[in-house]
Design a protein around this ligand. Structure first.
Ligand SMILES: Cc1cc2nc3c(=O)[nH]c(=O)nc-3n(C[C@H](O)[C@H](O)[C@H](O)COP(=O)(O)O)c2cc1C
Length: 292
């Protein structure tokens, strides 16, 4: 392994915290090998109109949550703003709620980065608790998070050893990604425009400052939602008064929301949830757990 200390910049988007957890695991691991790591939330950077100082780093990482088998729109908007990558070594990681089709194709993200001059050498999927549709049981949440710790260790070791590992993008995964993500793109704007607040809203403004796309404003004492939503779900889950709901796609929202770290730290949750004996829908997770 190349033990030379490296400077590493990790740029990420995380709607509800899962991708951020992976970023923290990776940063800790890189630091363990003597690297200096900066982690930068792209939405915070974009809100302040700052440019990513990519030239500072030897290795650059990009992380995102899978949305409809692709990256969220905000992530592509960020790539558009990037300066020339000057063929720097680049890794991509993504967090999804399900290992199906490796969370979709990485072709579009990889292509967008390569177009900007980034030499993508490594890609990896981390399956984390789904933040839409289905609330996973606590044992599965813990198993996913513990597995993420191991995968982050392997990933960092492989990157520092200059191992190239790119996800296989098949015709089917490329098709799935293209088809679903274009629907999601329009759906996100529609979803965001049709959010509303209930009477329990106390106008605290947390949703306004939390929103990565400045989609929420306060006008004449009312919370207004616009058409720039990237469907990250942060406003809904982080509202202290639990006052935000969608008019459409209500079934998307997991209720009640949960704090993953509390579940991970709970010593009473011991056994792994998925094994080779698992039957039913979650059976396909076992393959993910058996990979390194
Ligand atoms: C709009 C939307 C679409 C999603 N689409 C997928 C998907 O296609 N496949 C998948 O496995 N997970 C999907 N997920 C689940 C997230 O990728 C997953 O929970 C991720 O870990 C969330 O990361 P975050 O907390 O950093 O936002 C989706 C989540 C959202 C909000």
């Amino acid at each position: 392994m190349n033990q030379q200390p490296r400077t590493i910049g990790i740029f990420y988007f995380s709607g509800t915290g899962n991708t951020k957890m992976i970023v923290e695991l990776l940063a800790t691991e890189f630091e363990r090998y003597g690297s200096v790591v900066d982690v930068i939330a792209i939405d915070e950077l974009m809100k302040t109109n700052k440019t990513a100082e990519v030239e500072k780093y030897d290795i650059i990482g990009f992380g995102y949550p899978v949305h409809a088998f692709n990256a969220p729109r905000i992530f592509f908007e960020f790539i558009e703003l990037l300066r020339d990558g000057k063929q720097k070594k680049t890794f991509i990681f993504k967090s999804s709620g399900d290992p199906f089709m490796q969370g979709g194709s990485t072709a579009l993200v990889r292509k967008a980065l390569q177009k900007k001059g980034y030499d993508v050498i490594y890609e990896r999927l981390f399956v984390m608790p789904a933040n839409v549709l289905v609330r996973y049981q606590d044992r599965l949440i813990k198993q996913l998070c513990n597995t993420a710790v191991q995968r982050a260790k392997t990933m960092v070791k492989e990157i520092l050893s200059e191992i190239t590992k790119l996800q296989k993008n098949t015709f089917f995964s490329n098709f799935l990604t293209a088809a679903f993500s274009s629907i999601e793109n329009y759906g996100a704007r529609f979803f965001g425009k049709n959010l509303y607040v209930s009477d329990s809203c106390n106008l605290c403004g947390i949703c306004i400052s939390n929103c990565p796309t400045n989609n929420i404003t306060k006008q004449k004492g009312h919370i207004i939602f616009h058409s720039k939503c990237t469907l990250c779900m942060r406003c809904i889950y982080r509202c202290p008064a639990n006052a935000i709901s969608p008019h459409f796609l209500k079934f998307f929202v997991i209720s009640p929301w949960y704090e993953i770290q509390t579940i991970v730290d709970n010593p009473a949750i011991k056994d792994a949830c998925i094994s080779s004996k698992t039957k039913g829908f979650f059976r396909h997770f076992n393959r993910y757990f058996s990979e390194q």
